[in-house]
Design a protein around this ligand. Structure first.
Ligand SMILES: [Zn+2]
Length: 130
């Protein structure tokens, strides 16, 4: 009984965090795209994005991840619930970091100098840049 109650509560909390994350995403995207254009002189593009608040699919010790779209699918931004509850790095830095991956689309060398330039422009503190 206890475990199913916990599961229900976890789901409700994750839904609430996802609402918060989607609202943040809507406000963050125009900023991200304008910084991209300022830095690289061309329009950035992220396609359709989905936010998932979960620890599933995150490598050990990671607070966020971005999965590039495959085929016609959406890009998926994964953020740990701990980034919303205050236990881990704040979600706004985690999401900004992962969104830079979404616009740069550079899985081979994700934290290259273009990433650093975007992270600087987005005012992401050093400790949340890798
Ligand atoms: Zn990264």
């Amino acid at each position: 009984m206890k475990s199913s109650l916990n599961k229900i509560a976890e789901r409700i909390v994750a839904d609430r965090y996802e609402d918060e994350a989607n609202q943040f995403l809507g406000e963050l995207l125009p900023i991200l795209l304008s910084k991209y254009e300022e830095l690289f002189g061309e329009e950035g593009e992220v396609g359709e994005l989905k936010v998932r608040v979960t620890d599933e699919g995150l490598p050990d010790g990671k607070v966020g991840a971005f999965k590039l779209p495959e085929g016609d699918g959406d890009g998926i931004l994964i953020v740990s619930p701990g980034a919303f509850s205050g236990e881990k790095a704040p979600y706004w830095f985690v999401m900004a970091h992962e969104l830079i991956h979404a616009v740069l689309k550079n899985p081979e060398d994700p934290h290259d100098e273009r990433f650093d330039a975007m992270a600087e422009a987005m005012q992401i503190p050093e400790q949340y840049r890798n």
